[in-house]
Write a protein that binds this ligand. Sequence first.
Ligand SMILES: [Zn+2]
Length: 234
Amino acid sequence: MNVLAIGCHPDDIEISCAGTLAKCVKRGDKVIVAHVCNGDMGHVIIPPEELGPMRNGEAERAGALAGIEVLTLDIGDLLPNGCDMKQRDAVVEVIRYADPDFIITHSPTDYMPDHLAVHKLVFDATFTASVPHYAPGKYKASKVTPLYYMDNLAGMRFEPTVYVDITDEIELKLEMLECHESQLKWMRDHDHIDFADFVRTCSKFRGYQCNCAYAEGFTEELVYPKVVAKRLLP
Ligand SMILES: [Zn+2]
């Protein structure tokens, strides 16, 4: 299968669904991760023009650990806009390039405005990408792709309906997360926050809910015609 995960910032995917994506690679799927934003506002001291390229590099290193291709739409932080047709078209292009059997993205109950904008861009683009006469370009129109939403930060306002056992992938997931040095090292050194422990604990909590050591939770977008009568997640 082809799998596409579209996150807002570099590291959002690692936090919420990297274990599942690593498991997809293991079963033979081709996995692509696309970051809509370059994360350029994600630091108190490093200026945006330095941080954006730095974070794209961190995301590529994280993806390489699991055999995942990483793309960026390179939009600045705080600029994603669910009603911006150019941004939607950029997501359409990524979907048509990846030709996914399913897509994972942010949930509509997320806490962060940029994440919510990405949610809308992806929801709209999954339909738009399937229209053959819309913006015909390098790639053929996609199917109307099933859509899964990954967990919110700290699991808040999120009740999973599907779980993936990531017990065998948790250490790789955390290694991938550690690639985001500009975020994790900074939080450790200056805010005394161990974000890796935060992510491990949330995965453990989801594991308790489905009787395994570590898990990631998802919900499925139940709208016509995005639903299929088989399990797509590993
Ligand atoms: Zn984010």
